[in-house]
Design a protein around this ligand. Structure first.
Ligand code: NAP
Length: 550
């Protein structure tokens, strides 16, 4: 652990105390947190603005599925008191405005270098230094490197033959043009019916002359019931903010305010169940629904009751019975893929100019000059929007050539699936931390809470190392093996592995089928992190190497 300010000395062989890859919510909080410790830090960000997910995903209707009062930083009481969210769920522009406000308010941008994509990170064991290479042909050196690269930051479109011949325009939700897209009068095809597609389609349907929805897997979606933020609720929430933030760490999803369920769905009568699901449906939001009973994500029979309730809602909403049936998910239990929140999604299928195409029974074979061909038919289109998702959780890190000099790359190490200790370090890669890495609760939690947890945990760890005069930390292989095994066991005790989800990596051809997030809950995970610390950073090796600190 370097001494504060030491990096400014020419006698040191590095540029910064800490290098951070990624200028999203995690990178920005890192600047705030490590700067407070007196450390020098540089964030390298590929985009020409900060915000990560909220910088890139500018598709129409993009909105967070966690409520705004929750989905925000907790590190500064005045910030959370001052900021006024307009709606129950933040839109992409509202969240990006908030992120830019935070960056400006805390003067974070002076430690961020934009338009710089990190391509490599190499650790020199003798010098004890990470060297980062970029697409701008620069190199940066630091003893500590933090990957704040995000979980859904590598957009992925399927390799359909012929896209290069398409004469119309095409877009990906995760790389949407800043200036927006006007689909007025156009025949638009959307491929993909995950959160992005489902959120976007009502907006496109309002503009386009014709919308063709190419659906491979029907997904469960609940009404978001977005609305302007209720001033009384807001005031109450703000009065309780600090207690609520603390309480959130004792909950599975990192969000307080949802009383834990007390019984199995199978212990309730059918009438009770319907009443409960209906109340949750009216309330809007996914956690509330999945929290109706204790075992909705554990017991298939219980889950069936919640799944069928939503299927019946789809059948009630969509007038054409054939279309309704196609929209009813039939191959995974509700909640085992990210449960979607929508605003008037199912309703668009009652409009004459919206057409649902089942590409599970008749897959897309090619993109032509004028549209999309399936094994059944050709669809004439002026524009195509790919809502086909991301190489989630591991994609961004595997794209960077990360390794210890002369050692195997992280990409090679993770060929059969990611292996981490607590989702925060990888054995064999000293002084390299991850924020919300695979095998941590990240994507199964209120993301910003998990980000703050990891950054704070790393900051405390670096402080501990400094106090003990250590300068190198590494995860032990056996601790990592045990953690990976535990993460798998926890997942296998749930219904999650039953779905072909991005949590399992199956959306990317050739990616190993491994369940990647930790689903034991934030409450369990944070206690485990605390236990590890209380036992002197159990599972990590810390040492003092002579090389790099003079
Ligand atoms: P996604 O959930 O991975 O959905 C991708 C969609 O593309 C799926 O319907 C998939 O079908 C389809 N697809 C992929 N390849 C295809 C092919 N060759 N032919 C036909 N269809 C194909 O991606 P996403 O919607 O971008 O969402 C990813 C995650 O981002 C979400 O789960 C969520 O965590 C996050 N997100 C959150 C929000 C929010 O906060 N509201 C909004 C957007 C995204 P299959 O299912 O059959 O593979």
């Amino acid at each position: 652990m370097p001494d504060a300010g030491a990096s400014k000395s020419k006698s040191n062989n590095y540029d910064f105390d800490i290098l951070v890859v990624g200028g999203g919510l995690a990178g920005l909080y890192s600047v705030y947190r490590f700067r407070k410790m007196g450390l020098s830090i540089k964030v390298l960000e590929a985009g020409d603005g900060v915000g990560g997910t909220w910088f890139w995903n500018r598709y129409p209707g993009c909105r967070c599925d966690v409520e705004s009062m929750e989905y925000s930083y907790s590190f500064d009481e005045q910030l959370q008191q001052d900021w006024k969210w307009p709606e129950r769920y933040g839109t992409q522009p509202a969240i990006l405005e908030y992120i830019n406000h935070v960056a400006e308010r805390f003067d974070l941008m002076r430690d961020v270098q934009l338009s710089t994509r990190v391509t490599s990170a190499t650790f020199d064991g003798d010098a004890g230094i990470w060297t980062i290479g970029t697409d701008t042909n620069e190199t940066f050196k630091a003893p500590v490197c933090i990957m704040a690269t995000g979980n859904l930051s590598t957009p992925r479109k399927p390799e359909f033959p012929g896209l290069e011949t398409f004469k119309g325009e095409w877009y990906h939700t995760g790389l949407w043009p800043k200036e927006g897209v006007d689909f007025s009068g156009k025949r638009v095809g959307v491929i993909g019916t995950g959160s992005s597609g489902v959120q976007m389609m009502p907006h496109i349907a309002r503009q386009a002359k014709h919308l063709t929805v190419f659906q491979r897997t029907a997904n469960f979606s609940l009404p978001a019931r977005n609305a302007p933020l209720n001033p009384e609720k807001e005031q109450k929430h703000k009065a309780e903010y600090s207690e609520r933030r603390k309480a959130a760490y004792d909950t599975p999803f990192g969000i307080a305010g949802f009383p834990p369920p007390t019984k199995s769905a199978l212990e309730a009568t059918e009438e009770e169940r319907l009443k409960s699901y209906e109340a949750k449906w009216q309330e809007g939001g996914s956690i509330s629904y999945l929290y109706a009973y204790t075992d909705l994500l554990l017991n298939k029979e219980s889950n069936d009751t919640a799944s069928e309730f939503v299927r019946n809602k789809i059948r009630e909403t969509v007038k054409d019975p054939k279309t309704a049936e196609l929209l009813c998910p039939d191959n995974h239990p509700i909640g085992t893929k990210r449960l979607i929140l929508d605003s008037q999604y199912y309703e668009i299928f009652n409009e004459d100019h919206v057409e649902l195409v089942d590409v599970r029974s008749a897959p897309i074979t090619e993109i032509t000059e004028t549209g999309i061909r399936t094994t059944d038919q050709h669809y004439e289109l002026d524009a195509i929007a790919f809502a086909t998702g991301f190489d989630a959780m591991t994609g961004a890190m595997r794209e960077i050539d990360i390794k210890v000099k002369d050692g195997p790359s992280l990409d090679e190490q993770w060929e059969a699936g990611p292996k981490t200790y607590l989702g925060v370090m990888v054995a064999g890669l000293p002084n390299l931390f991850m924020i919300t890495g695979p095998q941590s609760p990240g994507v199964k939690s209120q993301m910003i809470l998990s980000i703050e947890w990891h950054v704070d945990w790393i900051a405390d760890c670096l402080q501990y190392m400094k106090d003990k005069k250590f300068n190198r930390i590494e995860a032990k292989l056996d601790a990592q093996e045990n953690w990976v095994k535990h993460v798998k066991e926890v997942a296998d005790s749930t219904l999650y592995p039953l779905a072909n989800s991005w949590y399992m990596g199956v959306n990317i051809p050739g990616k190993p089928k491994v369940f990647m997030p930790y689903v034991g809950g934030v409450h369990t995970y944070t206690k485990e992190c605390e236990r590890v610390v209380a036992n002197g950073y159990e599972g990590f090796v810390m040492s003092k190497e002579e090389a790099h600190i003079s």
